[in-house]
Design a protein around this ligand. Structure first.
Ligand code: NAD
Length: 331
């Protein structure tokens, strides 16, 4: 079957996902949820979406009675994800939710619990878990190509513009660079090393307290320790541009990726040579992969379920605590 998806939140990333879905073999955009009638009209004509599959933020619970929609993809500001996802679950539809899944681990867990109770699946938009070079590197690590992996370095950031945008508003974003882009280094450390951290330390620097208000982190450097003894050293920032680099090294070899999580093409090399897997639009692969996951239970190399999302949220909570207290935080 084809996964019939309604997108909630027709902003810049929702637009990108919709365009990528045009190339999907297993997923199709069939509906929209938006507060802006003019955007709905535009999307309806571009994607041939029938009136009965269009909703706004007040009435979308009625998706419950729409047999032509299988899943709702929540692509709104972070602070709205939890309540919107739970409403979708209560309407009996599978939830695909963008990262970060919420603004803290408690929200993430509430979403997992609600989806379980309603007997629907919860998936998080971790597109890198479907990206061919990333998948190949994870497989190489599993095959022992790098030996015992000992060290990961993740650097994730960009220079953020407009100070009035929701990303710089604590209510809507839940935090600054860490929630938005630093999460790629957290998630990357976990899938690259293939372990879960047991402690974190973190140091925050803020050069512009006017733009980056209380609760909005500009730059955080953080470290994570893993059961094997491996360590990760990462940087998350909203004030350095084109910062998108992973490096991992072990007893036998290394991998270096730059860009490592951007929309691509991802580029990288190992001690054996260049990574040559093809570039395919991440969101196309992700949505086809999610269809296979929802319908046939085909698991990606690294999970994209709600529990996976909660793991990142717990680490973000710990990083914020470590940055605030200066203490090492055990997980
Ligand atoms: P955006 O500002 O471009 O779009 C957000 C949309 O939500 C807009 O259409 C806006 O109208 C709508 N919205 C609904 N209620 C709103 C409210 N109360 N306040 C503000 N906007 C409201 O943002 P975006 O870049 O599309 O990000 C949306 C989500 O997607 C975020 O969670 C973000 O982290 C995630 N994202 C993920 C990736 C990725 O690569 N996986 C990339 C970009 C964004």
């Amino acid at each position: 079957p084809i996964l019939r998806v309604a997108i909630m939140g027709l902003g810049s990333y929702g637009t990108r996902v919709a365009e990528a879905m045009e190339a999907c073999k297993r997923a199709k955009l069939v509906g929209v949820i938006s507060g802006t009638p003019s955007k709905i009209k535009k999307w309806q004509s571009k994607y041939n979406i029938p009136e009965k599959n269009c909703y706004n933020y007040e009435n979308f619970d009625a998706v419950k009675d729409n047999p032509d929609i299988d899943a709702v993809y929540v692509i709104t500001p972070n602070g709205l994800h939890k309540d919107q996802s739970i409403r979708v679950a209560k309407a009996g539809k599978h939830v695909i939710c963008e990262k970060p899944m919420g603004v803290n681990a408690a929200e993430g867990q509430a979403m997992v619990d609600a989806c379980k109770a309603e007997n629907v699946k919860l998936l998080i938009g971790y597109r890198m878990h479907f990206e061919p070079k990333t998948v190949a590197v994870i497989q190489m690590r599993k095959d022992g190509v790098f030996g015992d992996t000992k060290f990961f370095q993740g650097q994730s950031g960009f220079t953020i513009g407009d100070p009035t945008q929701w990303r710089l508003n604590k209510e809507l974003s839940g935090g600054g660079a860490m929630m938005d882009i630093g999460i790629y280094s957290i998630n990357g450390a976990r899938y690259m090393l293939g372990e879960e951290p047991i402690w974190v330390t973190a140091q925050e620097t803020k050069t512009d307290p006017i733009k980056f208000k209380e609760g909005i982190d500009e730059t955080i450097q953080f470290q994570m320790g893993f059961p094997s003894g491996a360590v990760a050293n990462c940087l998350s920032t909203y004030s350095m541009n084109y910062l998108d680099r992973f490096f991992m090294t072990g007893s036998k070899g290394f991998v270096e990726m730059q860009p490592s999580t951007g929309y691509g093409p991802i580029e990288g090399k190992t001690h054996e040579g260049k990574l040559t897997q093809p570039h395919i639009t991440h969101q196309t692969l992700q949505m086809d992969g999610m269809a296979a996951l929802l319908f046939e239970g085909v698991q990606p190399i690294v999970p994209v379920d709600g529990e996976e999302g909660v793991k990142d949220m717990k680490i973000i909570d710990a990083i914020f605590l470590a940055a605030k207290t200066g203490e090492k935080v055990m997980l």
